[in-house]
Design a protein around this ligand. Structure first.
Ligand code: ADP
Ligand code: MG
Length: 395
């Protein structure tokens, strides 16, 4: 089985196997409205367009001009769709080199700069704090920092929220009916606590009909630890009397080799979601790369900034596609905890505040796991006991 560096392994069947579920019209159109304000001039002046322009004329059948025309036109579509890329360079005081540094650091759109802290931006882009502040202010004026929405509009969007079953009734109940779309649900715990098993189960369940607790959709998995196992999917699918081969064709997996790659893959997932009805995004694990790459206190601000950007990209994916986002997280021992359980999830406040639901998984006797709901906007704290068996996640 070959992993493909750039993206997700495409399923073997051609069209989507289910009728495409209705899109979140409001969000899509709103998004498109924003997207299409980009300027064609920026598109043709991108480095790639320039390179294409000076290509030698191709072989017989096509004139050079045709070829150039076609290529630039083809290129225009994706560039137009990611208008944010061009717009960072539009900020006063941001030259090409600074823009590149900002993008490298994960600031890919105006909004991420508009909400950044001056010190953080100064550090990643080698700017003075005063300049950073000026850039941020300019971004605030240019970016759509998000107007206010009335409660009824939010209510309407909430009405679209779907719930995805975990396979365990008790765990679903703890979550208020299942893993919600348009939110991030975080599962954290030690090695072997069952996080990856739950991700596999969700990847199978999301494909099921709504009456069976599914969302009738595809899943995108960003695998950072190389723990995705198709064999395990097969076991879980067969336990539910599903055609395992078909189930596998609706699971799009990409290995993320580092945190930067992991961030790019969310963009790729957005492209994939234009083709398939992706209703679940899995990040297993959310923090492993960030934790390994950013060691020591000096890099902490940088790491947290990127993690924040990443999680907000995930949330945006969830909003646009009415998809659920399930992430796993590791724990570390907190030495200054005097009583209670000294383990804490990695990622500090950034992860804590961005994940809508946090579940702490612990191993218990006889293969059982205890899931504890730590943080939720509208649900009481509580615990559920689940079992990880060959069939998957069960009560
Ligand atoms: P992590 O939290 O580190 O991601 P995993 O989700 O990989 O942990 O959980 C691994 C555990 O799942 C194993 O220790 C085992 O108890 C259980 N498990 C894995 N595969 C199976 C299987 N086929 N049948 C039963 N239990 C399994
Ligand atoms: Mg795991």
């Amino acid at each position: 089985m070959a992993w493909c560096l750039g993206g997700f392994r495409a399923p073997r069947v051609s069209g989507p196997p289910y009728p495409r579920p209705p899109r979140l019209r409001v969000l899509r159109e709103a998004d498109l409205g924003k997207v299409f304000i980009s300027k064609p001039a920026l598109v043709t002046s991108s480095p790639r367009a320039r390179r294409l322009k000076f290509r030698p004329p191709p072989g017989p059948g096509l004139t050079g001009r045709d070829r150039v025309g076609t290529d630039v036109a083809k290129l225009a579509t994706p560039e137009v769709k990611t208008k944010e890329k061009a717009d960072i360079g539009d900020l006063p005081g941001v030259g090409p080199a600074t823009a590149e540094k900002l993008r490298e650091a994960g600031y890919r759109d105006l909004l991420s700069i508009a909400v950044a802290a001056p010190g953080e931006l100064a550090e990643v882009a080698d700017l003075g704090e005063a300049v950073a502040m000026k850039v941020i202010n300019a971004a605030r004026q240019l970016a759509d920092v998000g107007g206010f929405e009335t409660g009824d509009v939010i209510m309407e969007r909430r009405a679209q929220v779907g719930k995805l079953t975990t396979g365990s009734k008790a765990l679903d109940e703890l979550l208020g009916g299942g893993v919600e779309t348009q939110s991030i649900t975080e599962f954290y715990g030690e090695f072997g606590s069952g996080k990856t098993q739950i991700m596999h189960q969700l990847a199978v369940n999301v494909q099921r009909p709504k009456d069976d607790g599914g969302l009738e959709g595809h899943v995108v998995i960003i695998d950072t630890e190389n723990t995705f196992r198709p064999e395990r999917i097969t076991q879980m699918a067969e336990a539910l009397d599903l055609d395992a081969k078909e189930v596998l064709t609706r699971i799009h997996v990409a290995r993320a080799f580092n945190s930067h790659h992991q961030m790019l893959l969310v963009e790729k997932a957005t492209e994939l979601a234009r083709e398939y009805p992706v209703r679940l995004l899995v990040i297993d694990s959310l923090t492993a790369h960030f934790r390994a790459e950013y060691v020591g206190r000096a890099t902490l601000a940088n790491r947290q900034g990127k993690l924040n950007t990443f999680m907000h990209d995930c949330l945006r994916f969830g909003d646009l596609n009415n998809a659920a986002i399930a992430v796993t997280n590791q724990v570390h021992a907190k030495p200054d905890a005097f009583f209670g359980d000294p383990t804490r999830p990695v990622g500090g406040h950034v992860v804590g505040h961005t994940a809508t639901f946090r579940l702490y998984l612990r191993k218990s006797k006889g293969g059982r796991r205890i899931a504890r709901l730590i943080d939720s906007p509208h649900l009481p704290e509580g615990e559920a006991v689940i079992n990880v068996i060959e069939d998957g996640i069960r009560d």
